[in-house]
Write a protein that binds this ligand. Structure first.
Ligand SMILES: [Zn+2]
Length: 251
């Protein structure tokens, strides 16, 4: 069984088709991660409709430039997550972004939201699904102030010394379909041991012009298997075990 641990299921217009296609190729569980304050209710709704979808709730770091009211909405978002703590498997997608978010004046608010999401994860004893683009050092520094059960770094593309630090700290790293063309993602696959790898589509993000879907993680598995010279079947069961360790609530 394959598990897509980071997908934005609420953003597809043809979710029925996407889920069916994923099941047909052996992707039986999908963690759907939150982004905007507005999308969280919808996320819970689709997880009731599809038994293969497991919600993670959180505020994406780019929300500070998408939603002018996010600071005022923060308390009610935290309340919504607390209220649904038994239905969710993680806090995510959360983190910092200093690459797509260029306005430095937004960084203090982004940090405030990130800190409040991390203390919520600590309080609820939930793992986190992290975005670190262009802010890897600050994210890694911030994490030392919190006790989080398990940490997944999604689509890591930062410097090698921090990748090493994350590996030393026992973080998990999820690999996207960008693996086929991105040297940064290849570096993660080379350096991270098989016991800390996970699979994700980050759909509907596009890869070489094609909309990303959970079914693509079968190819990601096959790529990694060639790269690491381990059979797809062995790697599939290893990654299954890894997923069980970090996200026990989806089992
Ligand atoms: Zn994402």
């Amino acid at each position: 069984m394959l598990i897509d641990i980071h997908c934005h299921c609420n953003l597809y217009l043809n979710l029925d088709e996407i889920i069916k296609e994923a099941k047909d190729i052996g992707v039986e569980k999908i963690i759907s991660v939150g982004m905007s304050a507005l999308g969280l209710e919808r996320m819970l709704e689709i997880s009731r409709q599809y038994d293969s979808i497991y919600p993670a709730l959180g505020i994406h770091p780019e929300e500070v430039q998408m939603n002018k009211n996010i600071e005022n909405q923060l308390d009610s978002v935290l309340e919504l997550i607390r209220k649904n703590k038994n239905k969710i498997c993680a806090i995510g997608e959360i983190g910092l972004d200093h690459y797509f978010v260029k306005k430095r004046e937004l960084y203090p608010l982004q940090q405030k939201i990130f800190n409040s999401m991390l203390s919520l994860a600590q309080e609820l004893e939930l793992p986190v699904n992290l975005h670190t683009k262009g802010a890897e050092q600050i994210v890694f520094d911030t994490l030392t102030s919190f006790r989080i059960p398990n940490i997944n770094i999604h689509w890591y593309s930062g410097p090698e010394n921090l990748l090493k630090k994350g590996i030393d700290r026992g973080y998990y790293f999820s690999i996207t379909p960008a693996f086929s063309y991105s040297p940064a993602v290849k570096k993660v696959v080379i350096m991270v041991d098989n016991e800390h790898l996970l699979l994700e589509s980050d759909g509907p993000v596009k890869y070489s012009g094609k909309i990303g879907t959970p079914s693509m993680i079968r190819d990601v598995l096959n790529f990694i298997s060639k790269f690491k010279d381990v059979s797809p079947a062995i790697l599939e069961s290893q990654i299954f075990e890894n997923t069980k360790k970090i996200f026990p609530k989806i089992f």
